[in-house]
Design a protein around this ligand. Structure first.
Ligand code: AMP
Length: 184
């Protein structure tokens, strides 16, 4: 049984700030810094992310730069798992595996250290928000390319109208999210 009530999810939604038209017109930016700055909210978000996986064997948490580092680090601590940073190009000092992925305009790339994940390791992916799913699918490619088994991808916020969670599920990745917002 889920120990968390619908009210706890309402609270999380209430402490996420929305900035209209950032970084460009038409985008409703869901700013989780207000949640992170709220001691009870941050703790509750991490507890809710962890709760479905308590007691499962998870070797590593992979966090997507940058907000996925904050949440993923806390989740890794709670699950006694290692932490793997998935970074923007050119930031990691050792040998890396790179994946390019499409953005609305142009492309971006994401890197992981070659020795960060070993074949057969059970990995959970963490980021603050899933929108179109392009970023998370790139992370899944990187991790699967290293032989990881992706146990789940977890996000505080889902924007279901953008279809990212559905795409991840179609790619065989179980998805867990805490709050939904309508629109972009
Ligand atoms: P996507 O690849 O479209 O799923 O976008 C997900 C990434 O972009 C995440 O790392 C989010 O932090 C960021 N992002 C996309 N849309 C928003 C939004 N409306 N508010 C806040 N962050 C967003």
């Amino acid at each position: 049984m889920n120990a968390f009530t619908p009210e706890s999810r309402m609270n999380l939604r209430d402490i996420i700030r929305t900035i209209p038209d950032y970084p460009k017109p038409g985008i409703m930016f869901r700013d989780i810094t207000t949640l992170l700055g709220d001691a009870r909210g941050f703790r509750r978000a991490v507890d809710e992310l962890v709760q479905p996986f308590a007691g499962m064997k998870i070797d590593k948490i992979a966090g997507i730069e940058a907000r996925g580092f904050i949440l993923g680090g806390a989740v890794a601590h709670q699950l006694s798992a290692g932490f793997v940073p998935l970074r923007k190009k050119g930031k990691l000092p050792h040998k890396t595996r790179v994946v390019e992925y499409a953005l609305e305009y142009g492309t971006d790339s994401m890197e992981m250290h070659l020795d960060a994940v070993h074949p057969g390791e059970r990995v959970m992916l963490v980021d603050d928000l899933i929108a179109t799913g392009g970023t998370a699918l790139a992370a899944v490619d990187l991790l699967r390319g290293a032989g990881a088994e992706i146990v789940a991808a977890c996000f505080v916020v889902d924007l279901p109208e953008l279809g990212g969670a559905a795409k991840l599920k179609a790619a065989g990745v179980p998805v867990s999210t805490l709050v939904d917002f309508a629109g972009h």
